[in-house]
Design a protein around this ligand. Structure first.
Ligand code: OAD
Length: 246
């Protein structure tokens, strides 16, 4: 019996609702850099210089350019086997994705219920009037993009020191309260308040499964740990789910 059958068959057989809590490692195999790995984004750029509102107000052209650059990288990538497997699991279960990623890859893979805790690179809004803009339009604007009202247009990304989107967070909480299995995929689990979600799930007695080649801050809370890459593990789990339905 393989490790997936061994550790998950029983739980998957009776499960109705799966939640996937994902981080940058989920998209690593698509070629999107993580934040804290060897080639991680925060090894090359300082969050203080780029990912906070003061940085944007001091130098909106620089921060806008940086997000354009990240969008360009992400648009050249595709969902990997892991994103696709999560989307496929909707055939057999209620599936909710709660992601810290801003790369849109879960939605591009076909997942229909995705709560984005840290925003989305393809979305922007005017800081003065709140009008929303897709990045396609913003990328054609001058270096410092402005709304018709004159306000600065900023990426709809949660920067350091900012609150998480309340509605997405409470929907994520509700899904986790009601799920049968919480999969924690490719996150170091050190950024709060996002990391509270899996910790609270443990307090609620939920069954936690980690998929991460390295130990994380959340490993301790997990009932089962697969020290594998997301693509390989999730493809195997999707295959197992299909075989259990057959
Ligand atoms: P990190 O870069 O902190 O962690 C990435 C995790 O993915 C690590 O635990 C790796 O071991 C794991 N990993 C790497 N490759 C993997 C693979 N192929 N399959 C599975 N796991 C893999 O990224 P996050 O935990 O997402 O916030 O970081 C959380 C937040 O910190 C981000 O959302 C971002 C950042 O500051 C904001 O921008 C607000």
């Amino acid at each position: 019996m393989g490790i997936y059958e061994d550790k998950l068959s029983e739980k998957l057989s009776s499960a109705k609702w799966l939640v996937f809590f994902t981080g940058a490692g989920m998209s690593a195999e698509s070629g999107v850099p993580t934040f804290r790995g060897e080639d991680g984004i925060w090894k090359k750029f300082s969050p203080r210089e780029l990912a906070n509102v003061d940085a944007f107000m001091n130098n909106p052209a620089l921060v806008t350019e940086w997000y354009k650059h990240r969008r360009k990288i992400v648009r050249q990538t595709n969902p990997n086997a892991g994103h696709i497997a999560i989307a496929e699991l909707e055939r057999y279960f209620e599936v909710t994705v709660v992601t810290q990623n801003v790369d849109n890859l879960h939605s591009r893979a076909g997942s229909t219920k995705v709560y984005e805790l840290h925003g989305n690179l393809e979305k922007n809004f005017c800081m003065d009037c709140g009008t929303r803009f897709d990045s396609g339009g913003v990328d054609t604007l001058p270096d410092i993009p402005r709304c018709g009202c004159g306000g600065l247009i900023r990426p709809d990304i949660v920067w350091f020191g900012e609150n998480l989107p309340a509605e997405q967070f409470s929907k994520a909480e509700l899904a986790i309260e009601n799920c049968d299995i919480l999969f924690i995929v490719g996150t170091s689990g050190i950024v709060f308040p996002a990391a509270h979600l899996p910790m609270n799930a443990k307090k609620l007695g939920k069954y936690l499964v980690e998929i991460n080649p390295m130990e994380s801050e959340l490993s301790y809370y997990c009932d089962v740990v697969f020290r594998e890459n997301a693509g390989k593990s999730l493809a195997a789990i999707s295959k197992l789910a299909a075989s259990l339905q057959a």
